[in-house]
Design a protein around this ligand. Structure first.
Ligand code: ISJ
Ligand code: GLN
Length: 605
């Protein structure tokens, strides 16, 4: 069978039928992109190794359909067809999957390895008869039955066939605007009140966490980072999700946009690099196309590149000999339970499995509740305490702090691209900012910078064998000794606190993806935490070899939320997080104090 693709994109009244030639390439950079010939790339999860991230390599190829002909067909040209499956079941039983959930909660989230992780399992069955005919039948069924999809599609590359109905845009580029679409929170239609789901802290926090992680990606691919719109409901036939939309201006090659955003936190976790290790550690098998993307690369009328890339979830892969796989996962967060996440995988698989005839179909959702004023108010309330920095647009220079203008800052990345968001904030305050990975240490830029920022990152700050902790301790220790301006955030702050003689403690209940108001040296501030460890202090003040240190600590458990000394400050929370309503105010105050006496080598000649 010749390669072809059937695409029904969000809101269209037709199906695009693409035919052409398939080439297999090794890397995203090799994806062909000729004017007048769009390319549909089928990008497997293993491409994440292009970012240097871990994965269990299953060798799934990156195939590209170079489109020779494209035509439109009406929706009714694809009626639901007959389909027969046999021998269906999950590769991991509910108990096995539940055990992995518990391991990840205890050993990873509980130990500071990250905030959220997606673990998958695979529904496997056999299709009777011709696999492509079966895929066409499934496509027609999905087209008829599934609502709220971003793409409903069938791609046949000459060997493998993928058919699915995915709710989620990974990334798109059109008219110079890059967009991402974090979707998280899952409600099984008919399983209770939508309003209760919208107010459930686990579901609320889960969406914020993926919002933060996609803002990190937008901070890398868009000139001024991403601006947040939403939240909205994503109503599908069997379930309802919540989502945000992120948009920003960018001019990168679309293949670079794809590489920098591999892959969405909604299907991996955060921080992303460590999430890939956690996934490899606990899944112990490849993901093939699950969590990868389809990517339609093209040019617009003015010759600018365009990209439309949905995430490969809610998708069946059918092999030439009729083996069918439907991978599905759930986002594990600190409030997760094994039973809850097992249930969520069944709910998510239901749309595609019902279309395949493997589970009973459900009636469409009742729209009335979704449109009620209470539901709309519950959604709007989600933004009340978020950082306006990421929600509003503003004039250039609106936030500039005179004491910072023209000064330089180097942010050392401890393997969490929250640093890219921090860089945008510090630039907005007037600093000239460079970000360096911890692996580049020691680096001459660091010593020269007016301000050094030691960034966040996964791991145990007290680990004396971890090369990253050793390098960060050395970096921070040197800066302290030089008595030059230093801001330390989260992991950086923990290491700073350790060097100042404070004890480090692993929390019984992690503070991963948690927003709260804290007293910061006499001012109440609402800020977001992503930590499992914390420093502890018995007093509000400390005399150290590096001078007098003031401590903002919790009245209940003595956790150190922040500290400041003569030329340094440490923040346990993330001022750059969308959860930190007062993040920019905190940075403005602290940096004003820290930098007030600095004479910049740049301005001083
Ligand atoms: C991981 C999947 O879906 C993602 C995870 C969601 C969640 O955990 O709530 C919701 C939508 C998707 O972004 C999947 O379908 O396999
Ligand atoms: N975000 C961070 O820097 C986290 C620091 C540390 N890994 C913790 O979990 O406490």
């Amino acid at each position: 069978m010749q390669p072809f693709a059937l695409l029904h994109r969000d809101g269209a009244d037709h199906v695009e039928v693409l035919t052409g030639d398939v080439v297999t390439v090794a890397a995203l950079d090799d994806i062909p992109l000729h004017r007048g010939r769009p390319t549909l790339a089928v990008i497997p999860y293993r491409q994440i190794t292009e970012r240097g991230f871990d994965c269990v390599d299953d060798g799934a190829p990156l195939e590209c359909l170079i489109v020779r002909e494209s035509r439109r067909e009406p929706l009714d040209a694809f009626p639901p067809g007959p389909l027969s499956l046999s021998g269906g079941g999950f590769d991991l039983s509910d108990d096995e999957y539940g055990a992995i959930v518990e391991d990840v909660l205890r050993d990873e989230i509980g130990h500071g390895e990250g905030a959220n992780f997606v673990i998958h399992r695979v529904y496997q069955a056999r299709v009777e008869g011709d696999p492509i005919a079966a895929a066409r039948s499934a496509f027609g069924r999905l087209l008829a039955a599934e609502q709220g999809t971003y793409w409903t599609f069938l791609v046949h590359t000459g060997t493998r066939t993928l058919v699915g109905a995915t709710p989620e845009r990974h990334v798109s580029v059109a008219d110079g605007i890059t967009m991402m679409n974090p979707i998280s929170g899952t409600f099984r239609n008919g399983s209770g009140r939508l309003l209760d789901f919208l107010r459930d802290p686990k579901e609320v926090e889960e969406l914020y966490m993926v919002l933060d992680e996609e803002l990190k990606m937008m901070a890398t691919v868009a000139e001024h980072g991403g601006q947040v719109a939403g939240p909205y409901l994503k109503q599908m036939t069997h379930l309802t999700h919540t989502e945000y939309l992120l948009a920003g201006r960018g001019s990168l090659d679309v293949r670079d946009v794809l590489r920098e955003t591999m892959f969405a936190p909604t299907v991996t976790g955060s921080p992303i690099e460590n999430a890939c290790r956690v996934i490899a550690r606990h899944e112990q098998r490849g993901r093939r196309y699950y969590a990868g993307v389809l990517a339609l690369l093209d040019h617009d009328d003015q010759g600018r590149q365009s990209l439309d890339a949905p995430i490969l979830i809610r998708t069946a892969e059918i092999s030439p000999d009729g083996e069918l796989r439907v991978p599905v996962g759930a986002t594990l967060v600190r409030h997760s339970t094994a039973a809850g996440e097992v249930g969520e995988t069944h709910t998510k698989a239901a749309g595609i499995l019902a279309a395949l005839g493997a589970v009973p179909a459900r009636p469409a959702p009742a729209r009335t509740e979704a449109e009620s004023p209470e539901v709309q108010a519950a959604l709007a309330a989600r933004n009340t305490d978020l950082a306006r920095f990421w929600l509003d647009s503003r004039e250039p220079g609106a936030l500039t702090v005179p004491a910072l203008a023209g000064r330089t800052a180097v942010i050392v990345d401890g393997e969490d691209t929250f640093t890219a968001m921090l860089a945008h904030q510090l630039r907005a305050l007037g600093l000239t900012v460079t970000v360096r990975p911890w692996t580049a240490l020691p680096h001459p830029d660091v010593a020269a910078a007016d301000l050094l920022v030691a960034g966040p990152g996964p791991g145990d700050p007290g680990d004396t064998h971890d090369p990253k902790m050793v390098a960060l301790r050395d970096l921070i220790g040197t800066r302290l000794a030089e008595r030059r301006p230093l801001l330390a955030v989260c992991l950086g702050h923990q290491i700073l606190a350790g060097l100042l003689g404070l004890a480090l403690h692993r929390r019984d209940s992690p503070y991963q993806g948690l927003a709260r108001e804290v007293d910061l040296f006499g001012t109440p501030r609402r800020v977001g935490f992503y930590s499992s460890f914390t420093a502890l202090a018995a007093q509000d003040e400390l005399r150290t070899a590096h001078g007098r240190v003031e401590i903002a600590r919790d009245p209940v458990d003595s956790a150190v939320h922040a500290l400041r000394g003569p030329a340094f400050a440490g923040l346990q929370f993330h001022p750059e997080s969308v959860l930190s309503r007062d993040g920019v105010a905190v940075l403005t105050d602290l940096l004003n104090q820290l930098m007030a006496d600095v004479i910049s080598p740049a301005t001083n000649g």
